[in-house]
Write a protein that binds this ligand. Structure first.
Ligand code: NAD
Length: 413
């Protein structure tokens, strides 16, 4: 597999955990493969009348602890191996926060920005039609990911329910509130990351008004910026695929969001220095938050990084070679499977609410999320200390042990 293939990275991380834990060899053999991977063709009649056929995937990695769970990504770079890697990470993620779910992930290789609203809806409904036999509230529960959102979840839910002729809101999470979505879900990934970041900052003795850089002012990154500003941190650097903006006094996040809404990017925002998108990682800040795509911190740029704490809001943002260097520099990494698990925790709450037909208030969701995230952080920290290792390995050790136990209890060894 080529360098920086995300699935190769995922397997490499698992191999490192195996060295530490000595996982049962029959279970380790199974954990290196998804239980099932579906590849489908999705024909969409385009507005000009021609038929375009898109390729979609759903990787169902492991369901020992509960139904497969994971988002659907619409992005031109989506590939079978990316979907497999993301589904493995979802398996570890649901285990690390100890919610009764397994791991899965879906995706379509498409640039959704090039589609009209009608074409996007056709594609979303087509994806669900192709997958309908393989998903379900007790089987596999998708959710949003990069370039998919509550509107798309609403179309997919509608398609599924039409096919089944019944209501089944628990088949998908991240739905609009009107269709059984949960309070807090919209910003749950960022909210969860804030809770674990605060714990990590405390361990390092960082001040409340520490400086922060966020790479990727998208769905997760923009909520993170807003919540951190509200909590008193100085959001000094923000970037997206078009550029980086920087103001060490602290950027006004709502104004940046308004600028991005008008222009499509953070670039060109007045009241900040404007730089190329690559410069985001090079700033001297207390906390760096990658919130874009995989391997954005790699062998080429890792030596420019100057920070004390990295909180992985994105999935797999640090390549294995870069990680070695970061660890040598003694920079603490709060790993993705813990840092961005808030989204799946609130997805789980959404399913619980759908199953009971009774909906919780915002404060109730928030406090239950805080409890789960802080407990998971403390448990991961305990593993890190026990094995004298990194937080990533501590998190993997905790997660893989839980999965191993469930697989053994099912007699799958
Ligand atoms: P998004 O598409 O809304 O945002 C991604 C952002 O990254 C965009 O603003 C894009 O411009 C920016 N970007 C792309 N390339 C860049 C580059 N080279 N430099 C700087 N910025 C760049 O996606 P999202 O939903 O916010 O997801 C981002 C990451 O967080 C992904 O890894 C995703 O898997 C992870 N994540 C998201 C959620 C969620 O609930 N949204 C949950 C868990 C994990």
């Amino acid at each position: 597999m080529e360098k920086n293939n995300p699935f190769a990275n995922a397997l490499q991380q698992l191999a490192t955990v195996n060295e530490l834990l000595r996982i049962d060899k029959n279970i380790y053999a199974q954990l290196q493969h998804p239980q099932r991977i579906l590849e489908v063709s999705i024909p969409v009649k385009m507005d000009d009348g021609h038929m375009e056929v898109f390729t979609g995937w759903r990787s169902q990695y492991n369901d020992a602890r509960g139904p497969f769970k994971g988002g659907i990504r619409f992005h031109p770079d989506v590939s079978r191996d990316e979907v497999k890697a993301l589904s493995a990470w979802m398996t570890w993620k649901t285990a690390v926060v100890n919610i009764p779910l397994g791991g899965g992930k879906g995706g379509v290789a498409v640039d959704p920005k090039k589609l009209s609203d009608r074409e996007l809806e056709e594609l979303s409904r087509g994806y669900m039609r192709a997958m309908a036999k393989f998903v379900g509230p007790e089987l596999d529960v998708p959710a949003p990911d990069v370039y998919t959102d509550p509107r798309i979840m609403g179309w997919m839910l509608d398609e599924y329910e039409k096919m089944l002729g019944t209501h089944a809101p628990g088949v998908i999470t991240g739905k609009p509130l009107s269709l059984g979505g949960s309070e807090v879900r919209e910003f749950s990934t960022a909210q969860g990351a804030v809770y674990v970041m605060a714990r990590a900052a405390e361990k390092l003795g960082l001040a409340k008004n520490s400086t922060v850089a966020i790479q990727g002012f998208g769905n997760a990154g923009s909520f993170m910026a807003e919540l951190l500003e509200k909590a008193g941190y100085r959001v000094a650097v923000l970037s997206d695929s078009h550029g980086t903006i920087c103001n060490y006094m602290g950027l006004k996040v709502a104004a940046v969001a308004a600028h991005k809404k008008n222009t499509g990017s953070v670039a060109g925002y007045v009241g900040a220095n404007n730089e190329g998108e690559k410069h985001c990682l090079e700033h001297q800040v207390d906390i760096l938050i990658p919130a874009a795509l995989e391997n954005s911190i790699n062998a080429e740029n890792v030596n420019f990084i100057q920070t004390k704490l990295i909180v992985e809001l994105a999935n797999g943002p640090i390549s294995p070679e870069a990680e070695k260097i970061i660890n040598e520099k003694n920079i603490l990494i709060v790993p993705d499977i813990l840092a961005n698990a808030g989204g799946v925790v609130v997805s789980y709450f959404e399913q619980v609410q759908n199953a009971s037909g009774y909906y919780w208030k915002k404060e109730e969701v928030r406090s239950r999320l805080q409890e789960i995230m802080e407990r998971a952080f403390d448990e991961v920290w305990h593993e890190k200390e026990k094995y004298r290792t990194t937080m990533r390995l501590g998190a993997y050790a905790l997660a893989v042990r839980r999965i191993e136990t469930a697989m053994k209890d099912r007699g799958r060894n």
